[in-house]
Design a protein around this ligand. Structure first.
Ligand SMILES: Cc1cc2nc3c(=O)[nH]c(=O)nc-3n(C[C@H](O)[C@H](O)[C@H](O)COP(=O)(O)OP(=O)(O)OC[C@H]3O[C@@H](n4cnc5c(N)ncnc54)[C@H](O)[C@@H]3O)c2cc1C
Length: 462
């Protein structure tokens, strides 16, 4: 338990905000993105700078309280908060510095994808990241990071050059290929297990206009669409970041009213290049497929594509996540996917298969902690609704769906950022596969007492 005296001592050296349950700001400050998470930390330390982070880590260690680190707060199981402990909230740290000559971007840990996209796009650059702009860059990066640019430029971690980190003992280090290389290796997929990252340096890539958007078909065409996608994406140019999804046409504008609420299959993607080349890249898909309900792929700024889904996913919805890495997608698995989406308990429920081939597969499995380099897709099942009453139903559907498709991915782990906190330790082991023992050794070196354990936890080696 934290006592008033210890908090007062911390306040003397803390430049940000210290928010306690009795403060007016507490109710809002304790909320994370997933409305299913309802935790009450004893103290939220909203850091103003690195000195504050050092002070907060040392405080948490000395007071022997649970520590949660919060970047964007988007994590499914809500690892950006905890009950009764200390939240180190990094949301104020939002500086982004673009070096257009070196094509690098330095990012503070409170940034969302939108912050980085906004700063980098002014220079015609982008850092590979995810598909929803409100997602925190810190948690996404530390878990791996997949998105539209993965096939061409790899995962977000494959574009990470350097991190500054506050370790469990309160010391500050830089990690890169040349400095604390073991820590740098572990940070590229190992999540928030090793310390608080206070700065990320990324490689950026030229991205201006893209040919992008969604194409939706009725669910009766789902098998054909998924088969064609499976058989075609591997030969498509890597500039085309295209995923396949099962979902429901949202009952809202601008979707055509006659299709509202229809179960559907969609191809959604972005081609980094001219519209003509984008149309060419999509031709093998379109030629092999029946007429869609609507086809909204067109030329647009990359930032428009990155924010396309934001209106559907405001903060506070109920989310339940399950994932798997997928090597093969046999017809029987496609049938199982379709049967499950037919039973979805809400319009927002979805399944996406994100391609992780191309540049992501060019990296060896032991080059970064993120090891699933032989998988072709990262699958996510997300059960989503605005009604808290539906939480049990969402969990039930998500779990049952996953059970029926996981058998087609024998032994596979899943992306740690698509897992809840009800997964067994075996699932975390499977997520890292052969890299787990090395991660446990790095954990033992940098965080032997497992101070940072509000995460998909890697236990320090014995
Ligand atoms: C709507 C939505 C869309 C998404 N789309 C994608 C996608 O396209 N691609 C993809 O790869 N993922 C995607 N994700 C998953 C996303 O990567 C995870 O939710 C991720 O955890 C979000 O990071 P965050 O910083 O917002 O989360 P937080 O909840 O703040 O943190 C997540 C985890 O990271 C740790 N952490 C955060 N900051 C730091 C830090 N500075 N130092 C050390 N540890 C830290 C925390 O302790 C926690 O364990 C999506 C999530 C949502 C909700």
């Amino acid at each position: 338990m934290l006592n008033a005296q210890s908090i007062a001592a911390l306040a003397q050296k803390f430049h940000g905000e210290l928010i306690q349950p009795s403060d007016a700001a507490y109710e809002d400050a304790r909320k994370v993105y997933n409305g299913m998470i309802d935790k009450r930390p004893a103290l939220i330390a909203r850091a103003a700078d690195v000195a504050d982070i050092i002070a907060a880590v040392s405080f948490g260690r000395e007071q022997n309280v649970l520590i949660a680190i919060r970047g964007g707060g988007h994590n499914g199981p809500g690892f950006g908060t905890c009950d009764g402990g200390l939240v180190i909230d990094l949301s104020r740290l939002k500086s982004v510095r673009v070096n257009p000559k070196a094509r690098t971007v330095r990012v503070e840990p409170g940034c969302t994808q939108l912050d980085v996209e906004h700063a980098a796009s002014a220079f015609g650059l982008a850092v590979p990241a995810g598909i929803v702009s409100s997602t925190g860059v810190a948690g996404l990066t530390l878990g791996g990071g997949t998105g539209y640019l993965t096939r061409a430029h790899g995962l977000t971690v494959d574009n990470l050059l350097e991190c500054d980190v506050v370790l469990a003992d309160g010391s500050f280090v830089t990690a890169s290929e040349n400095e604390n290389a073991d820590l740098f290796w572990a940070l590229r997929g190992g999540g928030g297990n090793f310390g608080v990252v206070t700065s990320f340096l990324f490689k950026a890539h030229p991205v201006k206009a893209v040919y992008a958007g969604p194409i939706f078909w009725d669910l009766k065409d789902a098998k054909k669409v998924m088969q064609v996608y499976r058989d075609t994406i591997g030969n498509a140019p890597v500039e085309l970041g295209l995923f396949v999804g099962l979902k429901t046409v949202p009952s809202t504008d601008p979707f055509p009213r006659e299709h509202w609420g229809k179960k559907a299959v969609a191809l959604i993607g972005a081609y980094n290049g001219s519209g003509d080349n984008g149309v060419r890249a999509m031709k093998p898909f379109r030629d092999a497929l029946p007429a869609p309900l609507f086809d909204w792929m067109s030329e647009m700024p990359f930032s428009a594509m990155q924010t396309l889904f934001d209106p559907f996913f405001p903060k506070g919805l109920q989310w339940y996540w399950k994932g798997d890495y997928v090597k093969e997608l046999p017809d029987a698995a496609i049938d199982a996917h379709i049967a499950n989406i037919e039973k979805a308990p809400s319009e927002l429920c979805l399944m996406h298969l994100y391609p992780i081939d191309g540049a992501a597969q060019a990296v060896k499995a032991d080059e970064t902690a993120w090891s699933a380099r032989d998988a072709r897709w990262s699958m996510v099942i997300a059960a989503i609704d605005s009604d808290p009453q539906k939480a049990p139903l969402l969990k039930q559907w998500g779990r049952a769906y996953w059970e029926t498709v996981h058998k087609f991915n024998p032994g596979a782990g899943g992306y740690v950022n698509f897992m809840m906190d009800d997964e067994s330790e075996d699932r975390v082991l499977a997520a890292y596969g052969p890299n787990y023992p090395r991660l446990a050794a790095v954990k033992k070196k940098y965080d032997p007492a497992n101070l940072f354990r509000v995460n998909q936890n890697i236990r320090p080696a014995a």
